[in-house]
Design a protein around this ligand. Structure first.
Ligand SMILES: C[S@@+](CC[C@H](N)C(=O)[O-])C[C@H]1O[C@@H](n2cnc3c(N)ncnc32)[C@H](O)[C@@H]1O
Length: 223
């Protein structure tokens, strides 16, 4: 199972659609993110950084932020780590935006399902709002597991549907009615912001993802 944009008939087509979508929104991606989340996206990333700080403090820690996009998490990690942070993404315009923000040193273009890194070579892998877009979640987890050292850590920051019924109703109204309008107006690409809530709806629940991670060989999984 993985991201399945409408009309995509294979994993290859799904990945091509996702890459094309981020190519179209890259220029206004950050603005749309901050406006649509009321700037809370910054707090979510900051919280992720706090969770992984013990790994960032390891001397010479090797850290890769996959699906790094415009580099917001890459930069937030870099502020807390002495060693350089690597960032990868398969969408060139998103990487150009990351470079323009100063995340350039460790950036490279690569598919998160086939990364050019050795087995057991990383202390930490992070991914913010990118995992949900992978065309195959099991393959994405296997690739992360392959690159992690035995004492390494993976951190996935991702959306899920709210468990509370009242909040869920508010969220559904906002994400289906308001978000595509504002996201479309800001980015010029309404389909990207129609896809967003749809992809969250189809994404495994936190429990399901945790289960999938345990089955994929991850230990001490928490969310
Ligand atoms: C929603 S953006 C998140 C960007 C950034 N991590 C952030 O926190 O804002 C998702 C990113 O995942 C990238 N992506 C999706 N599927 C990918 C894949 N298979 N390989 C590499 N990058 C991928 C997209 O190109 C996009 O830049």
């Amino acid at each position: 199972m993985g991201a399945a944009p409408q009309g995509a008939r294979s994993e290859r087509e799904a990945a091509a659609w996702v890459r094309g979508m981020f190519t179209r929104v890259a220029r206004r991606y950050d603005l749309a993110n901050h406006v649509l989340s009321f700037n809370i996206d910054r707090l979510w990333r900051a919280r992720t950084v706090r969770r992984v700080r013990p790994i960032l403090e390891r001397p010479g820690a090797r850290v890769l932020d996959i699906c790094c996009g415009t580099g917001d998490l890459t930069l937030a990690l870099a502020r807390e780590c002495r060693a350089p942070i690597f960032g990868s993404d398969f969408c060139h315009p998103m990487l150009l935006a990351a470079r323009a923000k100063g995340a350039g040193a460790g950036l490279f273009e690569a598919d998160a399902l086939r990364l050019p890194l050795r087995d057991a070579s990383l202390d930490l892998i992070t991914v913010a709002f990118g995992f949900r877009n992978l065309a195959n979640y099991r393959a994405g987890l296997a690739e992360m597991r392959r690159m992690l050292r035995p004492d390494g850590m993976a951190a996935i920051l991702e959306f899920s549907e709210p468990p509370n019924a009242v909040f869920a109703a508010l969220y559904h109204f906002y994400s289906r009615r308001i978000l595509p309008l504002i996201g479309g107006a800001l980015s010029g690409s309404r389909d990207a912001y129609t896809y967003l809530p749809e992809s969250v709806r189809k994404f495994p629940s936190p429990e399901e993802l945790a289960d999938q991670m345990r089955r994929g060989g991850f230990e001490q999984v928490r969310y």
